[in-house]
Design a protein around this ligand. Sequence first.
Ligand SMILES: [Zn+2]
Length: 295
Amino acid sequence: MEEALAHPDACLQAVHEPRYLAFLASAWDEWLATGNEGDAFPSVWAIRGMRSDVIPDNFAARLGLFSFDTGTPLTAGTWAAARAGADRPLSAAAWIASGERSVFALTRPPGHHAGPSFFGGYCFLNNAAIAAQALRDRGAARVAILDVDFHHGNGTQEIFYRRNDVLFASIHGDPRTEYPFFLGYADEQGEGPGAGFNLNLPLPAKAAVADWFTALETALARINGFAPEALVVSLGVDAFAGDPISKFLLQTVDYQRLGERLAKMGLPCLFVLEGGYAVAEMGANVAAVLEGFEG
Ligand SMILES: [Zn+2]
């Protein structure tokens, strides 16, 4: 267990818009200064046809501009936790760059739903994207991200959607029925220079474990073809059968098998903790992945 080292805000600006970071840093104080009490929930959004290039003065308008759901309130300490949390993947990237075979960034809040300029899905700063970018900045020519959280990593996808130096591959619940609903379909394959560098493998609720591992092989084959110099794993463990809000059927032993399979990739591997709501089993499932990898 190593303590994370503090990293400068410039490491965040590589994947998040400065106007978004500035809002998050001051939002809680602003919320209190306007006479509000309790957590800050967004109530209005810049939906299709409206403008998102103008930053309104009104706090509620800005809260909506930089968010996409009501499940992710701002509270006292949100920014401090997210900002300190992002130092974990940044430190992990530094250790991978200096030769570590694998590092697990144990961090909260999670990150994969946070986009370039918005929070949501309990996520504020995209830790996996921050890690991938840090690995690029430290010299890795190509970095792959594998997202095994039950939910699609819409934020990670959006951050790298037009890039060919970071491949994003995700196995997740079909967005026709599962959060985040509005992204994560199989026909989203990247745009412009990023065309062909985004792979979504949605599966139906209650998909057989064998089908999940078939999807994993598809993702890993694509990652092998990309020949990355490092692999970032968005390690949500809410694909677990006992997860109360998700609908896949993996058991703890399957997480060990996942770790064993990832080790066979022969790549430096940076694990970032994402979702997981079966709280009693979460630690065992994460440990199973890491033990499988190390074994
Ligand atoms: Zn999730």
